[in-house]
Ligand binder design. Structure first.
Ligand SMILES: Nc1ncnc2c1ncn2[C@@H]1O[C@H](COP(=O)(O)OP(=O)(O)OP(=O)(O)O)[C@@H](O)[C@H]1O
Length: 259
């Protein structure tokens, strides 16, 4: 699904990404973790073809970037980023926002086909937002907006779903509801790449983790192999204990900072 080989991004005299290798195979769902500024969002922008590397190779869904039209590849990728929410028109009804996901544009200037409207309602219902279909998008809470964007993304039946901190700013209840909606997508044929700062968001759905530190991937693989106290300490510079509840990790910072 995603194969990155020796990716480097140089800006001025600084390497923002350095020698990044990442291999996401069909049927795997990955989380990407790391401290502020380590390069997570930059990596997502490369995988979605908005940024080009200084060196290295990017293959996404069987397409080698640099030899294909990335806009065509993007049609198969659902990408929810903080910037996307800002692009939505707050006065538009929720169902129209969702329906626009079936096309490669943000707003409708023509009548929306009935079939698209029905699918939009179905996707909204699936994420528990059916009752809000006629509400203006701008009146929704942050958590509700995130679920609407998830529904919108699914309109294009993506093969790859990329989420950049989708639970940021959500309360516990909204976060769990969002994660549940995400889990329910696992029956569809798609792979998920999910960036977060919160290890407890690595719900059973996720199979693999990549840990970044200062532009490099310092550990990657099956989540139980990567989420170990030693590897987390190396990435976060903190003594971290980890406890598993089923296939979901919970962490404790041992003795506070600096010990
Ligand atoms: N166009 C640019 N020119 C120079 N530096 C940049 C540019 N874009 C990003 N950076 C720097 O690259 C680093 C990585 O940024 P990025 O946004 O990818 O980090 P992140 O891991 O997503 O951080 P956060 O967790 O805070 O969202 C940061 O230090 C940022 O300041």
């Amino acid at each position: 699904m995603i194969h990155l080989q020796q990716l480097t991004l140089r800006r001025g005299d600084r390497d923002i990404l350095r020698g990044v290798d990442l291999h996401v195979n069909a049927g795997e769902h990955w989380t990407l973790l790391g401290r502020n500024g380590c390069g997570k969002s930059t990596l997502l922008e490369m995988i979605t073809g908005y940024l080009f590397p200084t060196s290295g190779k990017i293959d996404v869904l069987g397409n080698r970037f640099g030899t294909v039209d990335v806009r065509e590849v993007r049609k198969q990728i659902g990408y929810i980023s903080p910037a996307l929410i800002e692009k939505m028109t707050l006065a538009d009804p929720v169902w129209e926002i969702v329906a626009s996901g079936a096309f490669a544009f943000l707003r409708f200037y023509e009548e929306i086909p009935e079939e698209v409207r029905e699918r939009a309602y179905a996707e909204l219902t699936r994420v528990g937002m059916g009752a809000f279909a006629e509400h203006p998008f701008g009146t929704l809470s942050q958590g509700e907006r995130k679920k609407v964007l998830l529904a919108r993304t699914m309109m294009a039946s993506p093969r790859l779903l990329i989420l950049d901190e989708p639970c940021a700013g959500l309360d516990l209840f909204e976060r769990e509801k969002f994660l549940q909606s995400l889990s329910e997508l696992s029956s569809r044929e798609l792979s998920i790449l999910y960036v977060t700062h919160h290890i407890e968001e690595i719900i059973p759905l996720f199979t693999h983790v990549a840990l970044m530190n200062q532009g490099e991937i310092v550990a990657s693989g099956r989540k139980r192999d990567v989420l170990t106290p030693d590897k987390l300490r190396a990435a976060y510079d903190l003594p971290i204990d980890i406890r598993w509840s089923g296939e979901r990790p919970w962490i404790e910072v041992r003795g506070g900072m600096g010990r």
